[in-house]
Design a protein around this ligand. Sequence first.
Ligand SMILES: Nc1ncnc2c1ncn2[C@@H]1O[C@H](COP(=O)(O)OP(=O)(O)OP(=O)(O)O)[C@@H](O)[C@H]1O
Length: 281
Amino acid sequence: MRPRLPAATDIPGQDPRARLAVYGVPMVNAPALELRGLWRKFGDKIAVSGIDLVVPAGSFYGLVGPNGAGKTTTLSMATGLLQPDFGTVLVHGQDLWADPVAVKGMLGVLPDGVRLFDRLTGQQLITYAGLLQGLDRETVATRATDLLAALDLRADADKLVVEYSAGMTKKVALACALVHAPRLLVLDEPFEAVDPVSAANIRDILASYVRSGGTVIVSSHVMDLVQRMCDHVAVIAAGHVLAAGTIDEVRGGSTLEDRFVDLVGGRVSGEGLAWLRTSSV
Ligand SMILES: Nc1ncnc2c1ncn2[C@@H]1O[C@H](COP(=O)(O)OP(=O)(O)OP(=O)(O)O)[C@@H](O)[C@H]1O
């Protein structure tokens, strides 16, 4: 008997590439992540207003924007943590919100400010993350040991995560995001509170991950870091994309920081804080 071909209503997101996936046709060159018309409101506040973004597979993509621009909200919707009000999220061509469980296996996520199971030790937390992703115990044990060493957490492997410093917590959360060797890593402020040596080690790990075919998206407020580390960048403000492309395209001959200030504006002088001048006391 011929297999029943899927009806249009079976096909996630009505995306032509998703349609090919349903028919078993491999999606060559699908972007690692594609956001189409994403919207999200919190009460009356529109946090994200129609974001479109294409992250090429194999890129090291920076997401920058002022405080409250909508970066975390966008990344939460892009990784299955927060349901969009409207819009589509495609991960390697597959509609995330049509089948979150299937698609999440391709993702490694370091969310901003999400609580961890911090009554586990670092080693236990990484092991738990690996087992949840369906790895066998032996593989998880080897990878947990490797990750603890690479992130300089070996000496603290048996300490409870609740007793970790902010930087150590960030590193163990990163280890949890990496343990199943995802195809796409989405990291919200991965370097916040991390010491310079660990940050350099993390940059090396991420660069080698990208060289081996993985895709990384990082949000950061440190323009210099994004300019040195990433090959693409998107500038987001007030819930939409102001500029996106390769670093050179976006900065257009100036530094990324200057370009960012030009695009976003908002520089204020300190004149209004005359009372802060200690010499007048
Ligand atoms: N759970 C929430 N409830 C209400 N408003 C929210 C919520 N989450 C975000 N917002 C609002 O949505 C907007 C975007 O917030 P978001 O955290 O996405 O910005 P961001 O670019 O990540 O900021 P930052 O760089 O400061 O981390 C802000 O105005 C914020 O106050």
